[in-house]
Write a new protein. Structure first.
Ligand SMILES: Nc1ncnc2c1ncn2[C@@H]1O[C@H](COP(=O)(O)OP(=O)(O)OP(=O)(O)O)[C@@H](O)[C@H]1O
Length: 480
């Protein structure tokens, strides 16, 4: 007969932990056993332990129940019982967290009346109390676009790093140093395409893995909904089930502290458990604004790969690939003309060639250099025509989170002056307006002020790295 008089929940659990620690790897021990608190040892030989979430409980039951059983039998004998108390985060608007009690599957399930908040009474039809309805065994649609594959993501100097890191990740998701893999770069350069291609390749090579592609915007909406519907925990559990999480346009989380917080926890959980995270962003982590430091530092853990503007050769290859896909032939000089005319946005490049194909087939005209010139020039002009001084002021003020009146005000605050000078510089670069005209629209200044602004911007680009990063960001937003 065992003597329980000197045993406490803590002492029993400490010895169990020693046994468990010797039998599982260190990371798993840290993740799954260190957060557990021993609560009570009853005279009926039942040990209560407290775990932080239902998911945690489920994970222990699924992966570690044998070792828990062995440890417990060793300490308390064959009639030992293990019971969990789940300390739930408050989602009901009450200040206090609440607890839920559940038995371990290795023992006879505890009868309903013994539970504080018995899961069986909520879901009487569920035979196995260890399946959380709607959470386990759900098939998750990956939301991947199979048209975006590695095969049609053409390689060039501009994307080589991201493409090969993406390939490495697809071969061994969660098993490379590239975790998270952050793909960043300007508008229309292929970030989304590459992110999908990695996911598609993983699904192909590892069909058993759960992959999810989601834009940061949809993730945010889902999170806000879950808070409104008081299902925040379900939201978190759902994301904890993913093996490869791809979040597009992560900069969208900027300034959204609640969503950043929940993403931080999901990220940590996935990372600690060897799951792969892939992120895209329109800027490098170092240049992201209004994203918490702790999140930024995690973004830098893996690899940040920039996608740059494609060089001429890559642009030609991309165009040829589209023509091949659509079964259209075009003279080399026409292809080269298009590639020379549109340099900094692959989406625009695609748009121009498609519009050229359309023009020639509607009007039954042969595709000549002359036709290409008229179509592409119009195309380029149309895109450029959208840039007005008002538009530039809007982009600049949005970027610095200023309102338009502040940008145009007489304020001499350094950040406002710099924003105003950038707006003037871009107005000179992208519009045909005179210096006087630019000055009168941006804060009622004279032409000398605009000239001075342009010179200052030129100087700062040479001397101030941070300023240069702002400049390039805004330029990417404005340029085609
Ligand atoms: N290397 C490439 N090879 C072939 N097509 C490409 C390549 N890079 C980009 N594209 C094509 O260019 C278009 C724009 O790419 P994508 O949407 O991935 O850009 P993005 O960087 O995510 O843009 P945004 O910043 O607007 O989100 C897509 O149709 C994509 O297929």
């Amino acid at each position: 007969m065992l003597d329980y008089t000197n045993k406490t929940a803590e002492s029993v659990w400490t010895r169990c932990l020693q046994f468990i620690k010797d039998n599982i790897d260190e990371q798993a021990f840290k993740t799954w056993f260190e957060p557990i608190v021993a609560i009570e040892l009853t005279t009926e030989n039942a040990l209560y332990i407290q775990v932080p979430s239902k998911f945690f409980y489920e994970w222990l039951e699924e992966h570690y129940v044998k070792i828990l059983k062995s440890a417990l039998i060793k300490e308390l004998g064959h009639n030992a019982r293990l019971l969990y108390k789940i300390r739930m985060e408050n989602t009901q608007g009450n200040k206090q967290p609440f607890t839920e009690q559940l038995p371990s599957s290795q023992r006879e399930p505890v009868k309903t009346q013994e539970l504080d908040v018995p899961i069986q009474t909520k879901n009487p039809e569920i035979k196995n109390p260890f399946v959380i309805p709607g959470i386990r065994n759900v098939k998750i649609e990956s939301q991947l676009n199979s048209n975006y594959s590695f095969d049609n993501f053409l390689e060039g100097e501009s994307n080589r790093l991201g493409r090969s890191a993406g390939m490495a990740v697809a071969n061994k998701p969660g098993g490379t140093a590239f975790n998270p893999l952050m793909i960043y770069g300007g508008v229309g350069l292929g970030k989304t395409h590459l992110a999908h291609a990695i996911g598609v390749e993983i699904k192909d090579k590892h069909p058993d893995k759960t992959v999810l592609y989601i834009s940061a915007e949809v993730f945010t909406q889902q999170y806000v909904d879950s808070v409104r519907k008081q299902t925040r925990n379900d939201f978190i559990y759902f994301y904890q089930l993913i093996d490869i999480l791809i979040v597009d346009d992560i900069q969208f989380l900027s300034g959204k502290s609640g969503t950043q917080d929940v993403f931080f926890h999901i990220f940590n959980y996935l990372h600690q458990n060897g799951k792969q995270v892939i992120l895209t962003s329109d800027k490098a982590p170092v240049d992201m604004q209004d994203i918490e430091q702790r999140l930024l530092s995690r973004f830098k853990w893996g690899l940040s790969a920039e996608i740059q503007h494609p060089d001429f050769e890559t642009r030609v290859n991309i165009l040829k690939n589209i023509l091949y896909r659509d079964g259209v032939e075009m003279p080399q000089e026409v292809i080269e003309y298009v590639a020379k005319s549109i340099k900094s946005n692959i989406r625009e490049l695609e748009g121009a060639i498609i519009s050229l194909i359309a023009q020639s087939s509607f009007n039954k005209r042969e595709i000549t250099l002359e036709l290409a010139k008229s179509v592409v020039d119009k195309f380029v002009k149309n895109v450029k025509r959208e840039i007005s001084i008002d538009y530039i002021q809007k982009v600049v003020s949005d970027y610095f989170k200023l309102d338009l009146d502040t940008l145009r005000s007489k304020s001499r605050k350094r950040n406002i002056v710099q924003a105003r000078q950038l707006a003037m510089f871009f107005a000179k670069k992208y519009t045909k307006a005179s210096l006087a005209n630019i000055g009168s629209q941006i804060g009622d200044r004279d032409h000398a002020t605009v000239l001075h602004a342009c010179k200052t911007v030129d100087n700062l680009l040479e001397t101030d790295k941070q300023f240069k990063a702002f400049f390039e960001d805004i330029n990417n937003k404005l340029s085609i």
